[in-house]
Ligand binder design. Structure first.
Ligand SMILES: [Zn+2]
Length: 144
């Protein structure tokens, strides 16, 4: 019984000293969570693919995570996290726009002006039509 309380006390003390150690240091953020997830993915992949490259990649990511966590340059870490969030936003937005792009590609056909090379977007399904280039004014016919 006494032993158990001793361990708990030791753990509490360790927590407190760790909290003291982390004062003024950056800690965790979205980028670190993403990197941790990336390591997990790499670990799973390395179960199937036997290559040392993955091991070193995992190690490098781990070092990077700890470097960022214990870093005292919080401003710089904050900016890194911001760039990561921006990138993530752009990537997810890019994916979300794909269905609209496919719909557009089905509804429109792209013609290239034979005179100046300007690309022109023409609605499909109107048969043979006359196309007017808005850049150079050249008229040509195309099958939409
Ligand atoms: Zn043209």
């Amino acid at each position: 019984m006494k032993q158990k309380g001793g361990w708990r006390e030791l753990f509490r003390r360790w927590q407190m000293s760790f909290a003291r150690f982390m004062v003024g240091r950056y800690g965790s953020d979205e980028l670190n969570r993403f990197l941790s997830g990336l390591i997990l993915v790499l670990v799973v992949v390395s179960l199937f693919v036997r290559t040392n490259v993955l091991f070193f990649l995992e190690l490098a990511l781990l070092i990077w995570i700890y470097f960022r966590m214990f870093s005292k340059n919080t401003g710089r870490r904050f900016h890194e996290n911001q760039s990561y969030l921006n990138l993530r936003f752009q990537v997810t937005e890019g994916w979300r726009k794909w269905p609209a792009r496919i719909r557009e590609a089905r509804q429109y056909k792209i013609f290239k002006c034979p005179n100046c090379g300007q690309k022109l977007r023409i609605p499909r399904g109107h048969g043979k039509i006359s196309i007017h280039c808005r850049k150079c004014g050249h008229d040509f016919t195309g099958k939409s």
